[in-house]
Design a protein around this ligand. Sequence first.
Ligand code: CMC
Length: 374
Amino acid sequence: MAVSLGLEDVFIKYTGLTYIDGNAGILRYRGYDVNDLVKNCSFEEVAYLMTYGELPNKEQLSKFEDELKSSYKLPDHVLSLISELPEESDTLTMMETAFASLSSGDYKWDKDNDKKQVAKILGEDLGIISNIYRHKTGKKLQNPDPKYGYAEAFLRNCLGDNVNEKKIGAMNSALIIYVDHEVPASTTAALVASSTLSDMYSCITAAIAALKGPLHGGAAEAAYKQLLQIKTTDNVEPWFNKNILEDKKRLMGFGHRVYRTYDPRMKIFKGIAKDMITDNEQKKLLDIAEKLEDLGVKTFGSKGIYPNTDYYSGIVFNEIGFPITMFTTLFGFSRVLGWLAHITEYVEDEERLIRPRAIYTGPEERAFIKIDKR
Ligand code: CMC
């Protein structure tokens, strides 16, 4: 009997959703390369693809968009719950609270209804995350405007009129890039919860808890802070020598359990960052990031450690208008779709309670000693 620490190389389900070739740096959703989807699709089209298995035609898309829009409006209790949390609360904690509060606890899984439920939750997701941002920035909470598509409605509810085509395009791309990545820690947490036939909202809450950590979703924030700490391009090498080589800290935004080469999502984010940036401070951070990337790849490339999706995403999110405190939550905003797609696939196709074992390494049987004799 052997334990696979970190469940490395353990396969926990069959999936028709996401294919990763970690050596070639390929990522496909339902057979479509992520680059093609980012270039050509709206988030709604990808959401339909993940939910129904095929890209929609115009009529199917329009119906699906209407379904999403009809649940942009949140129940009143969710808005008041978010507004009652301290403004300084962590944004993922706000997300957990909002999703947990939507759980009725008695959801009955059912193939046709599940898909409708997915659309409903995606609409609510937009309302929740945009209002978390509004609360964090001291704005009065409000429901998103159903006149707009997903990325635009989200940005308008967060940033008001400070929105343009470039920002909407970048947000749409980021949403698609983060949709799914097979079974990382958060998706596995959602699957464990779904295997008990828990309801969808509760499964999402479990996933958010796993997403929080710096080794998973928190990496974008850590990678961006790293760039801020370095401050100048001249300081890249001294910082790297001291922190990474001498003190053996991890280079954040580098390394991946599956990729042994460049993460294809990182390349897309890098392209968007280069295309978008106008601000001098951001340009400086991008220069630092590129120099640090070269050094990181030179040092760790031979071990298969390359930049991952979170390396440049913070620069893009910041350029759109979001502060560091929102980065992981923006990842979660999109990943709700992947979590829902995986749990639905699991429950509908192969549901079995996930209940692994642990190898006992504690003491042999011992005689009990009463407290006054110990
Ligand atoms: N910087 C320096 N060394 C590293 C790094 C890194 N970023 N990542 C891995 N290593 C080294 C590690 O020290 C170890 O070396 P040795 O064999 O000499 O002890 C070796 O590589 C294997 O590391 P591991 O932690 O066993 O590998 P893993 O597959 O569990 O690691 C990881 C995956 C993502 C946790 C890790 O690469 C890491 O901590 N990266 C930094 C955090 C990060 O960027 N996370 C985002 C992941 S992608 C987005 C997501 O999925 O959420």
